[in-house]
Design a protein. Structure first.
Length: 452
């Protein structure tokens, strides 16, 4: 199919259900099938089309998502903070006093816009003069100021045009798990692990909370929070590229990919990007704190920034020390141009491969990127109960987030250790230096470790 711009595509499709795996199992080598069955004779059935509703504290969130009661209507105002060179994000070891806020106003022209807790301290958004000398602010505040940055833009790794676009075609439920995902042997993997017990926060454009493929495994943001979970169409060209709402559906698509890999994981959709695929550092940091507070152990960020950011780095490092692994896209600027935060040593960066196991022509890569995963023509969920296909490192990032969830379920490993096992069990990629580890193989990681 020829890629179609998401704004002009004719969208259609069928409600999504889990793919049946009987046909796929029949195509697998008997030796591999026997090994999996011996390892997990009592494993959960892979032929189930419906996901069981969660119980306990997750039941209310599930019921709320099923009814579509949470979040604003599909059309609504933009609630995210717009990135601006006159806005600054400051992190404090403790909430700033009134005297300190007055000093910042008098000496640097800073006025407090918003403040919220963050990783044991406080994060505050200020308005001030463009080009402010942050080192001078540091001198005013002293050691209580633990980090400072302009409120920088955050954007989808695909860019505003969404590499590959969203392509809607005539296909049925059997196409879930097709294409590059077939190389992961997911039907066999799911006889060993399905991601139960893992919570994956998807920091993106939000998600369609009523989508039949997602709703049973969503844990929406509680009402009253600054950020929400629902995908929103606002009808505004925020990035000024002449297209309106071209990123709508991205978060739903990414969440659906995570669930294809780890169907029993819980997804926490957090909207940090608008429908044009643009957000700000402030909302990204807020999203990371919200993910932590909601019990996420994996954070999927299919986003890029223009450069290194100390505040994001601090959050990623603190999260890792708390057992939270951030998985981020390598970006779609080509091998020589991987993007931050995917290149961070505290983040699991992910590149995209095509069906042949070759680094996709658009994908970032190199030794700073840890993993590669299928990212070309990946079929997944789309708002309105629809299906769509898309390409990009966003798609491959979601695959790895799902794989980390599988390591928690199947091996009982925290995310950082699960990432190490995935690295050790990764498969060869072309070219061999495309990423640090290789192509993720959940099957090899699970069976290899259990066999030990």
């Amino acid at each position: 199919m020829t890629p179609i711009d998401v704004d002009t595509a004719v969208r259609g499709g069928l409600p999504l259900t889990k793919p049946r795996c009987g046909r796929a199992l029949g195509m697998l080598p008997k030796r591999a099938l026997l090994l999996a069955c011996l390892l997990h004779a009592a494993a959960s059935s892979c032929g189930t089309d419906e996901v069981a509703a969660p119980s306990g504290p997750e039941a209310a969130a599930f019921a709320q998502a099923r009814t579509g009661a949470q979040g604003p209507p599909p059309m609504g105002p933009t609630i995210l903070v717009t990135p601006s060179p006159s806005n600054y994000v400051l992190e404090f070891a403790q909430p700033p006093s009134g005297a300190l806020l007055q000093a910042l106003a008098n000496q640097h022209g800073l006025s407090l816009v918003e403040q919220e807790p963050g990783f044991g301290g406080a994060t505050a958004l200020f308005n001030g003069p463009v080009g402010l000398d942050l080192s001078a602010v540091q001198q005013t505040v002293g050691p209580q100021l633990t980090g400072a940055s302009v409120n920088a833009p955050v954007f989808l790794s695909e860019g505003s045009s969404l590499t590959g676009g969203f392509v809607v075609g005539e296909w049925d439920e059997e196409q879930l798990g097709s294409g590059g995902l077939e190389t992961l042997d997911l039907s066999l993997v799911h006889t060993v692990a399905r991601g139960a017990g893992a919570r994956v926060a998807v920091l993106d454009t939000g998600a369609d909370l009523a989508h039949p493929y997602l709703a049973a495994r969503l844990m929406p943001v509680p009402a009253g929070k600054t950020l929400v979970s629902q995908e929103l169409l606002d009808g505004v060209d925020e990035d000024g590229d002449g297209s309106i709402d071209e990123a709508h559906g991205h978060g739903t698509h990414v969440a659906g990919i995570v669930l294809q890999v780890a169907p029993d994981a819980m997804i926490i959709p957090i909207r940090v990007l608008n429908a044009d695929g643009v957000g700000s550092l402030w909302d990204l940091l807020s999203g990371l704190e919200l993910a932590r507070s909601m019990g996420a152990t994996v954070v999927n960020m299919s986003i890029s920034m223009h450069g290194w950011n100390d505040l994001v780095e601090t959050r990623a490092l603190k999260g890792r020390n708390l057992g939270i692994l951030v998985v981020a896209a390598a970006g779609n600027g080509g091998f020589s141009a991987p993007t931050y935060p995917g290149v961070s040593p505290n983040v699991a960066g992910v590149a995209a491969i095509d069906d042949s196991g070759t680094l996709a022509s658009f994908s970032g890569g190199g030794s700073a990127i840890r993993f590669a995963a299928p990212g070309v023509s990946i079929t997944s969920a789309y708002p309105g109960g629809l299906m769509a296909s898309a390409s990009g490192t966003s798609m491959s990032t979601a695959v790895v987030s799902g794989a980390i969830a599988l390591m928690k379920d199947g091996l009982g490993l925290p995310p950082s250790e699960g990432g190490t096992v995935l690295c050790t069990a990764s498969r060869a990629i072309t070219p061999s230096d495309a990423v640090a580890c290789g192509i993720v193989s959940p099957l090899d990681a699970l069976i290899g470790r259990l066999d030990d």
